[in-house]
Design a protein around this ligand. Structure first.
Ligand code: HEM
Length: 139
């Protein structure tokens, strides 16, 4: 850890896109709708989970993960925490479900960010893949 994943202009564009999505109060709820519908294995993992609470938590988490991409200490600490929580010692989330997670997030972001451009999907992917790699290495 400690490396910066995107160059500065890319990070700024990624961050602004995330901000525009999170400014839409329906973004995170629509993400969970899409993510849960993407695979029965995802629905199984979320059985009994309070989705209202989970939605607030994901919005906070996205900001922290964005911080990790910028090399902040709080972001890195959060990444360590969620990597452990999702590992085989905790929730037992395998790599395939992270694919569903990222595809769902980008699909919903593309329908939410009013300034979405052709390369935004690549930006979101490049911004979040190192985080996912870290989490799956930890698994
Ligand atoms: C990079 C991607 C992801 C991020 C940033 C993320 C973030 C989080 C955070 C912050 C928590 C709360 C941790 C805590 O209890 O302190 C959480 C819980 C959880 N996550 Fe993820 N997650 C990701 C991917 C996934 C994937 C792929 C799944 C697959 C189904 C998943 C399923 C869950 C479940 C089931 C919980 C527990 C909910 C509960 O029992 O309250 N997550 N996640």
């Amino acid at each position: 850890m400690g490396e910066v994943w995107l160059n500065h202009p890319q990070l700024v564009r990624f961050e602004h896109s995330v901000d525009r999505c999170l400014a839409d109060a329906t973004f995170v709820a629509r993400f969970y709708e899409t993510f849960l519908a993407s695979d029965p294995a995802v629905r199984e993992k979320f059985e009994g989970v309070d989705l209202d609470r989970q939605q607030k938590m994901l919005a906070d988490s996205l900001r922290l993960v964005l911080g990790a991409a910028q090399g902040t200490e709080a972001g890195r600490a959060h990444l360590e925490h969620i990597a452990e929580r999702h590992s085989a010692r905790g929730l037992g989330i395998g790599p395939a479900l992270y694919e569903r997670w990222l595809d769902s997030l980008i699909a919903v972001a593309s329908q939410t960010d009013p300034q979405w451009a052709d390369d935004h999907g690549d930006l979101w992917r490049a911004g979040l893949e190192p985080c996912i790699e870290h989490m799956t290495r930890h698994a």
